[in-house]
Design a protein around this ligand. Structure first.
Ligand code: FAD
Length: 715
């Protein structure tokens, strides 16, 4: 129902209509009226809606935006920022954006590397739904869980947990102003990931607004969508309202250290050793390396590379020293380098707060890092040799303020399967690299210079990092990997897989519970498939549910396939006219066996053969056999039935994954594999006869259950 304020506002618009009808029809006003109509919004426009004309527009736009590069004057700005205060307001925002055909951007903590939560290159006009007012957190000690609304920062979540318990924590980001809404959608790694996995590995439930404006929880959204939102990337599947987090048990005392080593201190050899041990060392130890360029201590005006080992150990200093002496004595860690503290203090330490800052400051949710930057990520699976490191130092020293962060993997990360969540970078990864180029002025030329530098560095690293695909972390979004092109809503699956495979590897294709892969199809492909499987060659006009199963079995998937299939069958004219046909069989089944169960004839359709005959002679068709025998290797004329799979015609047009797989075999390999199978032919024949007879019995039994004998007599 519309609230009094909205009615007043509409009344005001009506009054103004004759003099400024254009104004009263602007996007912000239409959006406001729509929100009033679709929710219980009951406050003045100015409390939750901000247009570029308002003085508070720029401060609100900048409030959580981390990457100042995305706020430069040339970057498109929204027509409106809406700050919902309740969940129904978010629902209304989705409904209204759809109704008014406006792009909706969602922002929780504003840390997107490419600013995608507050800029839009592809949609104009666009509106931001800024969830910063939805930041409630409820910790349930008994259940060892917490519900956190999307607008809360991860630092607030850590603080609220520590307020209630000194031995519970949550494994997510190191940087405390990250918004939990966007952070968890891409994975959320942090200092406890080697012990407990990522944030997404510890999510129990979620509340989401889908594209229809409906609120769903884990039960109502189903396990498919729940799987997808835990790592499938921000803004991909709906608006997250809140996450239910499974808390983990942390020791009451943990240990931290921070040890810098420059090239002059032997950084090269130490870092090389770090790469060999860091993914195998005790799971409770997370030892990242921060690599920067600093002034040389001894020589004024000269620069050097500094590697800083920054660590959290979930245990006492004594145990840590023991582990380090055994596995990584090269670092030379001593008791004086280490500090014991509580888990929440270690959060403050690793986030870079000055010593003795009270943890309560986390409730302010403020960021300590606002810069102009461009970043990229890589995953390393083999230690980078010293020659590779030398090239890296050389390039580091060319840049003003380069920053590299090397985060170790292994431990729990290697134990969780790649397909458990869409985040696929698990077993085999030694560490992840984050490359950052930073600058401090809103200057276009400066931006180009730094972006060029990071692209060159990324090219240089190609031979030292993961390949096929070169993996990337979706939370470190990098539009250089690809993006939807301006205004092109028909972007295809194949085009999107360019970056999709890098962020999600095989998870970009849908994985079935039995771990088979399904190919994702778009609208055009989906309707072709429905038509073909339902009524095309051999299509038996099955009902909607059966149709979905058939399509799944053929190796395809799209999100709305069930409702699409049911609707298609409901509207299919022939199915409706023949719906009342009596299908009950009038006779029992009489099974027969095929006399040649093992063979199928293969036929090749070939065009006239133009052999290079010296006299220019072309071969008529009755010469073909002779020509084939003399010029080509023998072609098998019989194809064995076993091992052959039925292929529906649509699978050739829209290749399913098994077709793509088989297409990679060369003809020679294919023929070889067929010949090899001949060796097993006798055993398989006997098996096939037994299977055939058992199957026929079962089939006849099932068929006869339905049979209702009907005898027709002359009338
Ligand atoms: C300084 C800094 C430090 C970082 N440290 C870490 C770290 O330690 N570990 C780590 O894993 N990552 C880290 N990141 C990356 C961070 O996890 C991602 O940028 C993440 O997307 C930030 O979420 P956000 O809500 O703060 O950002 P936003 O910019 O608000 O959102 C990011 C994306 O998610 C979408 N989104 C936002 N809210 C929602 C919602 N409620 N529902 C659906 N989609 C939504 C946005 O539209 C956008 O596409 C860091 C980033 C920065 C800038």
């Amino acid at each position: 129902m519309a609230s009094p304020n909205c009615i007043m506002f509409s009344f005001f618009i009506v009054l103004l209509w004759s003099s400024c009808s254009v104004l009263s029809n602007t996007t912000p006003e239409k959006f406001y009226q729509c929100i009033c109509k679709n929710s219980d919004f009951s406050e003045p426009f100015s409390t939750a809606f901000f247009t570029p004309k308002d003085a508070s527009f720029i401060p609100i736009l900048k409030s959580t935006a981390q990457n100042l590069r995305c706020l430069m004057p040339s970057v498109p700005k929204p027509e409106l920022i809406f700050t919902p205060k309740t969940e129904p307001h978010v629902q209304a925002a989705v409904i209204c954006a759809k109704q008014l055909d406006i792009q909706l951007r969602v922002r929780s903590g504003g840390h997107d590397y490419e600013g995608l939560s507050y800029i839009s290159e592809i949609g104009s006009p666009f509106v931001i739904a800024d969830l910063s007012k939805l930041r409630g957190i409820e910790v349930n000690l008994k259940e060892e869980s917490a519900w956190a609304q999307a607008g809360a920062t991860i630092g607030e979540v850590y603080y609220r947990i520590s307020e209630k318990s000194k031995t519970l924590g949550f494994p997510a980001g190191i940087y405390t102003s990250l918004g939990i809404g966007g952070h968890i959608t891409g994975g959320a790694y942090g200092s406890m990931m080697r012990k407990f996995g990522l944030g997404v590995d510890n999510v129990m439930d979620a509340r989401i607004v889908n594209s229809k404006g409906t609120i769903l929880d884990r039960k109502s959204m189903g396990e498919d969508l729940f799987w997808a939102i835990r790592g499938g990337g921000g803004a991909s599947f709906g608006i997250i309202l809140g996450w239910k987090l499974k808390l983990v048990v942390v020791p009451s005392t943990v240990t931290v250290f921070n040890i810098p080593k420059t090239l002059e201190d032997g950084a090269m050899k130490i870092l090389y050793k770090w790469q060999q041990v860091v993914d195998k060392i005790d799971d409770g130890l997370f030892m990242k390396v921060i690599i920067k360029v600093v002034d040389k201590k001894e020589v004024k005006g000269e620069k050097t590379v500094q590697t800083t080992y920054n660590a959290l150990f979930l245990g006492s200093v004594d145990r840590l020293l023991q582990i380090m002496n055994e596995s990584f004595p090269e670092l030379g860690l001593t008791q004086q380098d280490c500090t014991e503290m509580s888990w929440i203090e270690s959060i403050m330490y690793n986030a870079g707060y000055p010593k003795n800052t009270p943890p309560k400051i986390l409730l302010q949710g403020k960021s300590m890092f606002k810069n102009y930057f461009k970043a990229k990520s890589d995953f390393v699976k083999k230690p980078i040799p010293e020659t590779g490191l030398e090239g890296l130092w050389k390039r580091q020293l060319e840049e003003d303020s380069p920053l590299l962060l090397w985060n170790p993997y292994g431990g729990m990360m290697a134990k969780i399967s790649e397909s458990d969540t869409p985040f696929p970078h698990r077993k085999g990864v030694i560490f992840m690299i984050q490359y950052v180029a930073l600058w401090h002025q809103p200057d276009k030329e400066l931006a180009t210079k730094h972006v060029d530098w990071i692209r060159r560095l990324y090219d240089y690293m190609t031979s030292y990092v993961s390949t096929s695909p070169r993996e990337a972390y979706v939370n470190y979004r990098d539009l250089d990997l690809g993006m939807n092109k301006n205004g092109n809503s028909n972007f295809s699956f194949a085009q999107a897989s360019e970056w999709g495979n890098k962020y999600f590897k095989n998870n970009f294709n849908r994985r079935t519970p039995d771990l088979g892969l399904l190919r994702y199809v778009e609208v055009g492909g989906a309707s072709k498939l429905i038509k073909e499987v339902h009524a095309g060659t051999c299509g038996p006009h099955m009902n909607g549910f059966m149709l979905v199963k058939k399509i799944l079995r053929s190796g395809y998937f799209w999100l709305t396939m069930e409702s699409d299939c049911i609707l298609y069958v409901q509207k299919f004219h022939q199915c409706q006219t023949h719906a009342d046909m009596i299908r009950v069989p009038p006779n029992e089944l009489h099974v027969t066996s095929s006399s040649w169960p093992f063979v199928a004839w293969g036929m090749d359709v070939i065009s006239p053969i133009k052999l290079a005959a010296s006299n220019g002679h072309s071969y008529p068709s009755n010469y073909w056999d002779t020509a084939l025998q003399s010029e080509y290797p023998p072609v098998p004329r019989l194809t064995l039935v076993y091992g052959n799979e039925a292929v529906i015609p649509a699978e050739v047009e829209i290749p399913s994954l098994r077709i793509i797989q088989e297409a990679k075999l060369s003809d020679a390999e294919w023929i070889q594999s067929r010949f090899e199978q001949l060796a097993h032919i006798d055993g398989r024949r006997i098996n096939a006869v037994c299977h055939g007879q058992l199957y026929q019995n079962r089939m006849a039994k099932a068929f006869n259950k339905k049979a209702r004998p009907r005898h027709f007599t002359p009338g």
